[in-house]
Design a protein around this ligand. Structure first.
Ligand code: EPZ
Length: 424
């Protein structure tokens, strides 16, 4: 197993290219199931979660060639509609194959993803919506077994809660359903917009793209012919590098980024004293000498993203006053608090609110990554901690950050990936 060793205190400089978005690529890969022709995807990030989903498609019978940032996926040879526990337990986003498999083949079995480090994360809203579209669903032996032998039919879906994955699953299911599906209270994330545009460009009429009401006119099981699709830039990776600039008080430039997608993070960093030069596909951050505290509440796009909460907490630790951070999406997304406190942070938790008190300095220590974004918060804190920080269990980081140590070290950070000593 690998760990990261970071010696804090280095200034960063230069520019970093932002990779394709993991959370956009995953539904796009799942959507290729709606086609029986080869689909070309480009700008894929080099992260474990992408390889996991491509492996799942291969297990279903797809032919996949994946090289660098490009994959060609041919789903004409799918011979199984069962997404097995071994894969789904590695990555809960595997549930995204449920909608497209059911819509195209009229049946599928997908292992039920359990809870995860950040919360229970049920999929009840996905299942309820598919039932409204005519699916018969049973949970047997830890699997969701879904059937719609005559195909899914359009329906009016009102999500009780905004769900990114639920919206994606239903958009994909609706694309091949018979008739029109209306999704009310749909998620509006840029990743959803990319999925809608990909499906629309394959001939499915979709109204309301980017809004909270989507109307999808299904093809009645006629499979789709997708255009080559370039994955949008990763807004969470971009936000994480902005935080790296802020916490190390270094001016750095992000390229291959969509500034519009990270408006909420930019606004918060501005309130902390940072200034920005914003181009069409680039952003330069100019941090202040003294970071101001921040108050933030996580919410759905275009609000402040839960996926940036941990990184902002790391930056807030170095501010000159108390910050308040409220997590509204996931009930357990504060696992980084204990680890940041091991580095000398002074963070108090009450329910879903964290009070971050200012400290003069952080000090290197051994810490443990607990989930993807929590891990990146530890990396940020380690960049300014005095001495050496060893971050263990970085397989979490590898799931979602493309070449994090390579990119940070090119910016000037003192960061090494090392092997844990073998335990006897
Ligand atoms: C997506 O997860 C992202 N994952 C997450 O990013 C992100 O944190 C999350 O959206 C919120 O923005 C991918 O895109 C692959 P949800 P998802 O369904 O779709 C509740 C990262 O770090 N809910 O929008 O699973 C749920 O428990 C990851 O890259 C139900 O109650 O999130 C949560 O409280 C982590 N029932 C809220 O809704 C359901 O059926 C939002 O979850 C579905 C969700």
């Amino acid at each position: 197993m690998d760990y990261l060793q970071i010696k804090g205190g280095a200034k960063l400089q230069g520019s970093v290219s932002i990779s394709g978005s993991k959370n956009a690529a995953l539904p796009v890969i799942a959507a290729t199931i709606l086609s029986d022709k080869e689909v070309t995807l480009t700008n894929l990030p080099n992260v474990v979660d992408i390889r996991t989903l491509l492996k799942l498609l291969t297990m279903l019978g797809a032919k996949v060639t994946h090289e660098g940032t490009q994959a060609k996926i041919d789903n004409s040879s799918i011979h199984s509609t069962k997404a097995v526990y071994e894969i789904v337990s590695q990555m809960r986003a595997s549930i995204l194959v449920l909608g497209p498999l059911l819509a195209r083949f009229g049946e599928c079995e997908v292992s039920l993803p359990g809870g995860c480090a950040i919360g229970q994360r049920p999929i009840d809203l996905h299942l309820k919506a598919l039932e409204a579209m005519g699916a018969k669903i049973e949970i047997i032996g830890g699997y969701v077994r879904a059937e719609a032998p005559d195909g899914l039919r359009g329906a009016k879906i009102i999500f009780d809660k905004i769900t990114v994955g639920g919206t994606e699953n239903i958009i994909m299911a609706a694309a091949l359903a018979k008739g029109t599906t209306t999704i009310i209270n749909a998620a509006k994330e840029p990743e959803i917009v990319q999925l809608c545009k990909m499906i629309r460009d394959a001939g499915v009429e979709i109204e309301g793209i980017g809004g909270s009401e989507l109307i999808i006119h299904g093809t009645d099981r006629k499979t789709l012919d997708f255009q080559p699709t370039k994955i949008i830039p990763d807004r969470i990776e971009a936000g994480t590098y902005l935080c790296a600039g802020a916490i190390t008080k270094s001016a750095i430039t992000l390229t291959d980024v969509n500034p519009e997608h990270i408006r909420a993070s930019i606004n918060k960093l501005e309130s902390m004293g940072c200034t920005f030069e914003i181009g069409n596909e680039s952003i330069t951050i100019h941090p202040p000498q003294t970071i101001k505290p921040v108050n933030l509440i996580t919410t759905e796009y275009p609000g402040f993203p839960t996926d940036m909460q941990a990184q902002f907490m790391a930056v807030a630790v170095m501010a000159n006053g108390e910050s308040l951070i409220e997590e509204r999406l996931f009930e357990n997304r504060f696992m980084h608090v204990g680890e940041l406190n091991r580095l000398g942070a002074d963070i108090w938790l009450k329910g879903n609110i964290a009070a971050v008190h200012p400290v003069k300095a952080l000090y290197g220590a051994d810490v443990m990554a607990t989930d993807l974004r929590a891990s990146s918060a530890l990396v940020l804190a380690a960049l300014v901690a005095e001495g050496t920080t060893n971050i263990h269990r970085i397989y979490h980081l590898d799931r979602g950050y493309d070449n994090l140590e390579g990119k940070l070290s090119a910016l000037g950070a003192d960061i090494l990936r090392l092997k844990e000593p073998a335990r006897s």
